[in-house]
Design a protein around this ligand. Structure first.
Ligand SMILES: [Zn+2]
Length: 149
């Protein structure tokens, strides 16, 4: 019946105001209307903001530390931010990255884990290079049987 749920609240406020200073009935009606509309706009406005902008627990850029990664959603610390944990916030890794402005393909792990992974990749590459070299050396010595090593 009442389109504005804050009309009653506004009436209370105007009533208090009318007790302080003299108001004509027209002024009271006008003020009630204005206050009710103002309240309605104010409340629906803040609700919208709340649902659209979520305050991060931590600045996403600072969430990835040397020995832990902090979940921007809840502030929990991890070595590796698992898909399982993100699922508890209703997010996939991709959605999480997108939501908090991480680049696509960002590893959701602490820096020390990233470093270890990098080291492993580097050492694997070196090993591959070395084994390739020794193989070619072997081939060389095979093609030149006179020169023995
Ligand atoms: Zn979390």
């Amino acid at each position: 019946m009442n389109p504005n749920p804050y009309l009653e609240q506004a009436m209370e406020m105007v009533k208090a105001q009318a007790g302080v200073k003299q108001m004509t009935p027209a002024e009271i009606v006008e003020m009630t209307k204005e206050v009710a509309e103002g309240l309605n706009n104010y409340v629906s406005g803040t609700e919208e903001v709340e649902s659209e902008i979520q305050e991060p627990f931590i600045e996403p850029k600072r969430a990835i530390r040397l020995n832990h990664i902090i979940c921007v959603e809840c502030g929990a610390k991890f070595k590796i931010l698992s898909k399982k944990h993100l699922a508890s916030h209703g997010l996939t890794s991709d959605e999480y990255r997108e939501k908090w402005g991480y680049k696509k393909g960002t590893s959701l792990v602490c820096k020390s884990v990233t470093q270890k992974r990098r080291e492993k990749i580097v050492s694997t590459k070196i090993w591959m290079k070395t084994s390739k070299n020794s193989k070619s050396e072997k081939n060389d010595s095979d093609s030149k049987p006179d020169k023995k090593k």
